[in-house]
Structures are given as C-alpha cells and as structure tokens.
Write a protein that binds this ligand. Structure first.
Ligand code: PRP
Length: 210
C-alpha cells in the first residue's frame, strides 16, 4: 500500500456535499468534478484518493481496509454495526428512522405486527425493546408500497422531507432515531495513518462549528 489516504464517498448528493467539506478542509481533488463515469480520483499533492461507492457499501470498504476513511449514514452503522471508528457527526444528510402506517391503521397489541423494512436489524431491536412481537418482511426499496398493498401493517424507513409518505397516504407514527452522515475510519488505518486522519477530522470539526 502507498501513503495516500483512501476515502470512500457515497455516490450521490450526500457524497458531493461531503466532498465539499473535504475540499474546504484542504484536501481538494479537482479532477473529481470532471463530468465522467470514473470512480476513482486522486490528488498526489494532498495525498488523497477518493472513490465513489454505493452509499450502503461505504462501511464495507472501510471495515475491510479498502478505504481508510469514509462517509456513511448513521442508519447503515446502526443496521450493520460494522467494526469501524465513528469519528465525527458531519451534520449533513439529516433525516430520521421512523415507523409509518396507513392513516386508518389501528394497532392491536395482541396481534403480531408485520413490519416491512430495509432495516431489519434496527426494526428488530426497536420492537424487542418495546416487548412487541413482530414479523419482519425484508424489502430492498419502495417500502411505502407494503402497507398500501396489504403486505405489512407498518413500515420502518427513512423519512427526510416526509413527501414520500404524504404522496402515498401514509402517516409517520413514531421516530426511532435521528440520522445524519458520519465520518468513519478503518481501525488499523486510524493507527497507521493517524496524523492524516486526525488532521482531516479536526479541520472538519472546526468548519462544522463555524
Ligand atoms: C428514501 C426512503 C424514502 C424516502 C424518504 O428512499 O426510503 O422512500 O427516501 O424521503 P422523503 O421523506 O424526503 O420523501 P430512497 O430514495 O433511498 O429509495 P428506496 O428506499 O426506495 O430505495
């Protein structure tokens, strides 16, 4: 391995916002703004190499050391519990994990509740703490369809603006946990590339507190 710091960014709007923070922290990589389909960009002068990763895969790259640090939603950290260090709350990508149901849904606590979700572990943990029996239906997307089509009683999903729920006639019932993007580090890299990683984290923190 070289001495470059490998940084996994989530592809999409959050990743672009996160990159802007790296740039303002002094770790710019101008080639990343070229409009092409390349996935890896580096700037040897700053010692950084960025790559675009599917958002839910960032923690896999970081946990296994293919990336030294990365930006990932707290939802993914709670769901998969990767063995990484969580260094900083980046206060972006803010949303919440919530339970939602059809407007006319009435909960009967004597019945097993069917819960459709992409976040099975988060849902299990939440309902276990409430002592509620549930049946999880794991889906990979468009979760809002499940209660509408009678596949589940409720959903556990991310709510950002609330538009998706509203446009599908669903109501948020409870908030499970607030979510935001986090800076994470591979545990070995945090030791061996500590100076670089600490510099980035400290500069970012200062910028976030401005
Ligand atoms: C997420 C989430 C909701 C939507 C919430 O979906 O699963 O569907 O965003 O945002 P809103 O409250 O601002 O409407 P995403 O775009 O990640 O797609 P998917 O879950 O259907 O794959």
């Amino acid at each position: 391995m070289d001495n470059m710091l490998n940084i996994a960014l989530p592809k999409g709007r959050l990743g672009e916002k996160a990159y802007a923070l790296f740039e303002r922290s002094g770790f710019e990589c101008p080639s990343i703004k070229e409009n092409n389909r390349k996935l890896i960009f580096e700037n040897e002068d700053c010692g950084v190499r960025y790559f675009w990763v599917k958002p839910s895969d960032v923690s896999i790259y970081v946990e296994r050391g293919a990336a030294d640090i990365g930006v990932v939603g707290k939802d993914i950290l709670l769901e998969y519990e990767p063995d990484v260090y969580e260094l900083l709350d980046l206060r972006m990508g803010k949303c919440r994990m919530a339970v939602a149901a059809k407007k006319d849904f009435h909960d009967d606590r004597r019945r097993t509740l069917t819960v459709a979700t992409k976040f099975s572990h988060i849902a299990q943990t939440y309902y276990a703490a409430l002592g509620r029996d549930i049946d999880i239906i794991h889906l990979n997307g468009s979760i809002e369809l499940a209660p509408i089509l009678g596949l589940s009683d409720v959903i556990v999903d991310i709510v950002e603006t609330g538009t998706t729920l509203k446009e599908n006639d669903l109501l948020p019932m409870e908030t499970i946990v607030p979510i935001s993007a986090r800076l994470i580090a591979n545990k070995a890299a945090f030791k061996f590339k500590n100076a670089q990683i600490e510099t980035i984290a400290k500069r970012m923190q200062a910028l976030l507190e401005e």
